[in-house]
Each structure stands twice: as structure tokens, then as C-alpha cells.
Design a protein. Structure first.
Ligand SMILES: [Zn+2]
Length: 116
């Protein structure tokens, strides 16, 4: 084995170690799931489907037709990491979209008149 192969092998091991460490880090794993889910429901982009805003810290999953009263007692999570995990495990069911928090609040005002 020559010097270049040894250096290359060491880099591969470092890359592999970093990847494994990142995968084992719960925060990294949660962020990876969130990004995958938001990208899927963002029509292939990590962005709000209404305005295109793309800061992941201010993106969320919107129930397109709202939360049905029966869903309040359902085991389906309503938001956050539990919802992201459920959407991924359930094969990305329809009825959801990625919105930024501004568009989500505006939609709530327009659709449900809940803030008047
Ligand atoms: Zn938006």
C-alpha cells in the first residue's frame, strides 16, 4: 500500500466516522427527517409552497384541509418531530404541504377566521 492509498483510506474512515456520528446524534437525525419531510411536501424544494421562503427554522407542515375534529383523538401526531416521523413512516400520505410560519398563520386567518 502506498502513501496515497493510506491517506485516502484515512479520509474514508474519517468520513465514515463523521457520517456514523452524525447519524447517531439525535438532533442531526431529527433535522435530517424534518428536511426530508419538508422537501417532499415542498414539491421537491425545501421551501414554502406559497411564497418560496426557504429558512428551515421557519418552515412547517400544514394540514391542507385543516385538522378534522376526529383527528383530535387520533393517534396521528398533529405537529413537530412526531408528525415528521409519522409522515415518513407512513410513506408521505397526501393532504399535507410545506408552508412558512407567515403563510400558515395567514391561511388560518383566511380559512378558519380563527383570529378575529
Ligand atoms: Zn410562505
Amino acid at each position: 500500500m502506498n502513501t496515497l492509498n493510506i491517506i485516502s483510506d484515512r479520509r474514508n474512515i474519517q468520513d465514515l466516522t463523521s457520517a456514523v456520528t452524525a447519524h447517531q446524534d439525535p438532533k442531526s437525525h431529527k433535522l435530517a427527517v424534518k428536511i426530508d419531510v419538508l422537501t417532499h411536501y415542498g414539491e421537491g424544494k425545501l421551501a414554502c409552497v406559497k411564497c418560496g421562503f426557504s429558512d428551515v427554522r421557519a418552515l412547517c407542515i400544514d394540514h391542507i384541509n385543516g385538522v378534522e375534529p376526529t383527528e383530535f383523538c387520533s393517534p396521528i401526531p398533529r405537529g413537530g418531530v412526531p408528525l415528521y416521523n409519522w409522515l415518513m413512516r407512513d410513506g408521505f400520505p397526501s393532504g399535507y404541504q410545506t408552508l412558512c410560519f407567515n403563510c400558515n398563520i395567514i391561511k388560518a386567518h383566511v380559512d378558519y377566521d380563527c383570529y378575529k
